[in-house]
Design a protein around this ligand. Structure first.
Ligand code: NAD
Length: 288
């Protein structure tokens, strides 16, 4: 069985790496804040004290990091090391241009490269039911497939390196729009004397039903829970990346521009570290 190095043991990376351990893989976990590595050890993983240990031991190196700069920095450091014959899989949501660049650098080192962003949130990561959208060469995809089968329920080879990320950013554009729609609709319900639980039940059987409504309402908004999940600041990052992707292609995304401005304001108002569903609390707080 391939030895895995997993870099970025956060809300997504930790349960994903744990699922690989439970499937019988030897997994070395590396994280910037060291207490996460201790937690990973308690879950049955091995602790990698340094990136060079990952470079030395892993056949397959996985990254699940917050921002494009993090992915760039970590992979650039790895490319300074001896990692030939390995496969790198990045699960983060970043840019297709970064992946195209990293794939070229990887190829120069004799390393295969896949971008494989995921959707399905922490619940999907815990349950191993993520949607995985993977860009890269067919033989690398086939090599990764047994690992994807552990992590996900919907696995798609989207095309060349970077294409998985294009699909993911289109997904994230819709996640942002749905999040804003849910927040404003619930605010309208509040102001109209409509019970939100009843509304949720009705809309669950109407055209307004969505996975985002199902995610945001019962476990977060109705439960008064704001800790992430998926941080609002990460959704803003994705809306910015989707905006850049659209700008490069002269696609206006007019409605999205307003929603993005609102997310920027929500972050400034202190909601960045809360779950993205706290956009509802932002909306009600701002406009009540
Ligand atoms: P997170 O902030 O919870 O986790 C990121 C982890 O990476 C943290 O533990 C952090 O300490 C670590 N880290 C950061 N820089 C590092 C570095 N240089 N070296 C080693 N470790 C480093 O973020 P997350 O929610 O797990 O998201 C990770 C990525 O997955 C993001 O790109 C996000 O957009 C994407 N994503 C998140 C979700 C979700 O629901 N949370 C769903 C799909 C995709």
């Amino acid at each position: 069985m391939a030895v895995i190095g997993f870099i970025g043991l956060g809300n997504m990376g930790m349960p994903m790496a744990r699922n690989l351990v439970q499937a019988g893989y030897l997994v070395y976990g590396f994280n910037r804040s060291k207490e996460k590595e201790e937690t990973f050890e308690e879950l049955g993983g091995r602790r990698a004290e340094s990136l060079s240990l990952i470079a030395e031991k892993a056949d397959i190196i996985m990254t699940c990091l917050p921002e494009p700069q993090d992915v760039h920095d970590v992979l650039s450091e790895l490319f300074e090391m001896e990692i030939s014959d390995s496969l790198i899989i990045d699960f983060s949501t970043v840019t297709s241009a970064l992946h195209e660049n990293m794939k070229e650098k990887a190829a120069g080192k004799g390393v295969q490269y896949l971008d494989a962003p995921v959707s399905g949130g922490t619940a999907g990561a815990e349950a191993g039911t993520l949607a995985i959208m993977c860009g890269g060469e067919e033989d690398a995809f086939e090599k990764a497939r047994p690992l994807f089968d552990v992590l996900g329920a919907s696995i798609t080879h989207t095309g060349p390196a970077g294409s998985g990320t294009k699909v993911k950013l289109i997904n994230q554009y819709m996640v942002g729009m749905h999040t804003a729609a849910v927040a404003e609709a619930l605010h309208l319900a509040d102001e109209s004397g409509i019970d939100k639980d009843m509304l949720y039940d009705v809309l669950s059987n109407s055209f307004a039903q969505s996975k985002i409504f199902d995610r945001h309402y019962p476990d977060f908004i109705a439960a008064d829970r704001e800790e992430p999940g998926f941080a609002l600041s990460l959704l803003l990052k994705d809306l910015n990346l989707a905006g850049e992707m659209a700008g490069e292609r002269e696609v206006p995304l007019e409605a999205g521009r307003k929603v993005k401005e609102m997310f920027e304001d929500a972050k400034q108002q202190g909601y960045g570290g809360k779950d993205m569903s706290a956009f509802y609390q932002y909306t009600t707080g701002k406009y009540s």
